[in-house]
Design a protein around this ligand. Structure first.
Ligand SMILES: [Zn+2]
Length: 87
């Protein structure tokens, strides 16, 4: 018997692994800034494994946000990781 899919499946934009939406971090991009998805705008997913790999994640983010400033993306990424760990 095939296992039932409990959660919607989504793809991580960095490693392109498809996994449960609940295991992914949903982010959105607005004015070349990315943040935790708040319900509006374009969104994309990152898996928690990729978040630990900053270099890889930044490349994915640069692609999603059409932003080439890695320093700036890195600062934002660190803030988001801090927020995620707090909650
Ligand atoms: Zn990933």
């Amino acid at each position: 018997m095939a296992p039932k899919v409990k959660y919607p499946q989504r793809m991580c934009v960095v490693c392109r692994d498809v996994t449960d939406q609940s295991d992914l971090l949903r982010l959105s991009c607005h004015d070349k800034k990315f943040n935790i998805y708040s319900g509006t705008g374009r969104s994309f997913y990152l898996c928690f494994g990729c978040i630990e790999d900053e270099k890889r994640t930044l490349k994915g983010l640069a692609r999603q946000c059409k932003h080439g400033d890695m320093k700036y993306l890195s600062t934002q990424l660190k803030e988001i990781i801090t927020d995620v760990r707090k909650s």
